[in-house]
Design a protein around this ligand. Structure first.
Ligand SMILES: *[C@@H]1O[C@H](CO)[C@@H](O)[C@H](O)[C@H]1NC(C)=O
Ligand SMILES: *[C@@H]1O[C@H](CO)[C@@H](O)[C@H](O)[C@H]1NC(C)=O
Length: 362
């Protein structure tokens, strides 16, 4: 789109070699010739107008279930008192920045939102020339880069806003243990535990915060890695510095590993059910139902532990038939000295008895 405009400008330059005010952006005659770059006489009245779109340089952080405003403002250089009809378009860039998806398009007072954003987005225009986007009830998948595009006649400028979710990354192995999941299984396994497959940045951040896991797991980009804080022989070697160990991109169908899942804060609450006796897995599920809740998922337990300091030295069943317990305040007889969600793996569903963690909406 811009290249054809460049052609027009160049042609005009060639035929009208007078002095132009020249900026880096495009120029058009706003006042005299209705936004065209020339008039019938071939005269050009550039007045050096430039549209600038302003978005924050730093990423914004938010929580799942919360609301966020992605700031976007535009202005003209030099200042312009009135403008015509502005079109504002917000889109979300795909993780590899190649594709984008429409989020919201607004022309004057009318607007339209798309796909999973329908009903969850609106523009915030509290001051003149604001085009900020409000997203409500944030989903785990909402993190990423958003493009704010302002279109005023021939001018089309945009800025990027990056949204990150505060969250928790946890390694996941299904029943049956290590290295059972191809990429698609891994994605599904995370989703079944109220989480999504983590991306590289999320795993990296978790490693910075101390995550250490000696089994390789899938990430969203199809690569397989694992985070090591304490270098040791079976985990990539003792002499190697701490960091993410990479297996690189693997075959999504044929190769099998664990998964790294990502979850953020939680609507509702997770609790250890007060119950007179220990339960097997089926009894545990039924007991939560009797309490008008459901058995908690692994991602929900991690979110409660991470964001609400949920702490229970009693182990309980979870929805995937694993048994775990969350420790926010390490103490004697509650496992290792670091905070964490401890796992007993997948005990026998009928013969083993434990407590249960339930989850209640709101
Ligand atoms: C988000 O916004 C909606 C509607 O604007 C409001 O009902 C809700 O309470 C807000 N949520 C939070 C967490 O602030
Ligand atoms: C967008 O459209 C909705 C309903 O279609 C309307 O309530 C709202 O005021 C419009 N404007 C903005 C800026 O979101």
């Amino acid at each position: 789109m811009h290249s054809s405009l460049v052609m027009v400008v160049l042609q005009l330059l060639a035929s009208n070699c007078h002095s132009f005010p020249f900026f880096n952006g495009f120029h058009y005659d706003h006042v005299h010739s209705g936004r065209s770059t020339g008039n019938e006489k071939g005269e050009v009245h550039f007045n050096g107008m430039k549209l600038v779109v302003d978005t924050p340089k730093d990423a914004l952080f938010a929580y799942r279930g919360g609301n966020v405003t992605l700031p976007c403002h535009y202005y003209y250089e030099p200042e312009l008192s009135s403008t015509g009809r502005i079109r504002i378009k917000w889109s979300k860039l795909h993780q590899d920045n190649t594709k984008e998806r429409d989020v919201l398009v607004a022309i004057g007072p009318s607007n339209r939102s798309y796909g999973e954003f329908q009903g969850r987005v609106h523009l915030l225009q509290t001051v003149a020339r604001e085009a900020s986007l409000v997203i409500t009830d944030l989903k785990l998948e909402d993190y990423g880069k958003y493009k704010c595009e302002v279109i005023d006649g021939l001018e089309d400028e945009s800025g990027i806003v990056e949204l990150e979710l505060r969250g928790v990354v946890f390694p996941y192995q299904p029943f049956g243990g290590r290295y059972q999941l191809n990429f698609h299984d891994a994605k599904k396994a995370c989703e079944e535990q109220d989480a999504i497959l983590a991306n590289f940045d999320q795993l990296y951040k978790a490693w910075e915060e101390g995550l250490d896991w000696c089994n390789a797991g899938w990430l969203l980009d199809g690569s397989v890695q694992y985070p090591i804080s304490l270098p040791r022989e079976p985990c990539g070697g003792k002499g190697v510095s701490p960091g993410l160990r990479r297996y690189g991109v693997r075959h999504k169908l044929h190769h099998r590993y664990d998964a790294f899942c990502f979850s953020s804060s939680l609507k509702g609450k997770v609790y250890y059910l007060n119950h007179p006796k220990k339960l097997n897995f089926e009894e545990a599920k039924a007991a939560c139902q009797e309490d008008e809740s459901t058995i908690a998922k692994v991602g929900q337990l991690f979110a409660a532990w991470r964001f609400l300091d949920f702490d229970s030295c009693n182990a309980g069943w979870l929805a995937d038939a694993s048994v775990r317990y969350p420790i926010a305040f390490p103490r004697l007889k509650c496992g290792p000295p670091e905070p964490g969600v401890r796992s007993f793996g997948f005990p026998d569903k009928t013969k083993s008895t434990y407590g249960v963690f339930c989850y209640k909406m709101s």
